[in-house]
Design a protein around this ligand. Structure first.
Ligand SMILES: [Zn+2]
Ligand SMILES: [Zn+2]
Ligand SMILES: [Zn+2]
Length: 332
């Protein structure tokens, strides 16, 4: 595998030349009883064969942890090895219990696993950014049937994140305010795109939503870094309850979605320009972005040059606010 950089957009593209899917004879390797297949990087409860949440290396990783990136040029072009880490967070031993159906305590354990892995992977100075995401449903490209999230660590900051970090920095340079705090204030005032909120978190459909029912979840207070903010069981549990509620709403309109965490990059990474992140703590604000996948509404020509969205966020938020969600008792 190899990474190549587009010299115009400067975004990295990962190439794989072979078609070697790991064969597992139809059995789920993430279910209990297959612990020998991949040694756990993280297990809760620790050392207990009856685990609740596990983190294991991806069985078919996009990135490999050994060595260095071997950055090299070919004339004008840049390429590098697929250095990085690719891990799976097995969210529950139960094969068919998606995240939204799990107890708030279990979801909190999943968040706690994110926190632990983010903190650990940031110790590795070869990695500039750690991405936490989950694809649910075939339409969203869920590759393993067992409920899981994925974590990748890369020697570069993915393009969308880089744009976001740069814009946040620019906004701060101009106004000495966090752009996302500004957005939150406006959403709370206008109240037409909010999906849910409590005294700590807000979920809303962003003003320029890329897809129908796109929803962001973020803290009402300012914090740039997920794993530093979510460092207590109490905060993990409160966010878990909030996420569960929002996911149940989203699943009333679309069972398939992408969820991705946007948080501070690794400021300890090698070759980082001195002072580049000096306002990061003030200018950036962590959040989750949820992008539902509505196959019926996606356009076949979605070239993503300009996003086409068939639904305004004001209508999407109204629907999600009013959604009647199952197991309401469980979510409190
Ligand atoms: Zn399974
Ligand atoms: Zn902020
Ligand atoms: Zn974002």
């Amino acid at each position: 595998m190899e990474l190549r950089k587009d010299p115009i957009t400067t975004s990295w593209v990962i190439f794989e030349d072979s078609e070697t899917e790991p064969s597992n004879g139809g059995e789920c390797l993430l279910c209990p009883g297959h612990e020998e297949v991949s040694a756990g990087i993280y297990t809760v409860p620790y050392g207990n064969p009856d685990w609740q949440v596990r983190v294991v290396p991806h069985l078919h990783p996009l990135y490999r942890i050994e060595g260095d990136a071997m950055r090299r040029g070919e004339g004008l072009y840049d390429k590098m090895r697929n250095l990085g880490a690719h891990e799976i967070v097995v969210e529950t031993p139960q094969h068919d219990l998606q995240l939204s159906g799990q107890t708030p305590e279990n979801i909190a354990q999943v968040l706690r696993a994110y926190v632990a892995r983010l903190a650990d992977l940031k110790q590795d100075r070869r990695f500039k950014y750690i991405t936490v995401f989950r694809n649910q449903g075939e339409a969203a490209g869920q590759d393993l049937a067992h409920p899981h999230s994925e974590i990748t660590a890369t020697p570069f900051v993915p393009r969308r994140m880089r744009y976001e970090l740069r814009s946040a920095q620019r906004h701060y340079d101009l106004k000495e305010r966090c752009v996302i705090c500004d957005i939150v204030r406006q959403e709370l005032t206008q109240e037409v795109r909010t999906v849910a909120s409590d005294d700590r978190y807000i979920a809303f459909c962003p003003f320029a939503s890329r897809v129908p029912y796109e929803t962001w979840i973020l803290p009402l207070y300012h914090h740039c870094c997920f794993e530093e903010d979510l460092n207590s069981w109490d905060s993990q549990l409160r966010l878990a309850r909030f996420i569960k509620n929002v996911l149940l709403r989203i699943e009333t309109v679309s069972p398939a979605y992408h969820l991705v965490l946007h948080s501070a990059p690794n400021t300890n990474a090698k070759f980082e320009q001195a002072g580049y992140w000096k306002t990061l703590a003030e200018d950036y604000h962590w959040h989750f972005e949820i992008l539902p996948v509505l196959t019926s509404k996606s356009k076949s020509y979605s070239l993503k040059e300009v996003y086409y969205n068939s639904m305004v966020p004001e209508r999407a938020a109204k629907e999600l606010r009013a959604a009647v969600i199952r197991s309401a008792a469980e979510s409190s």
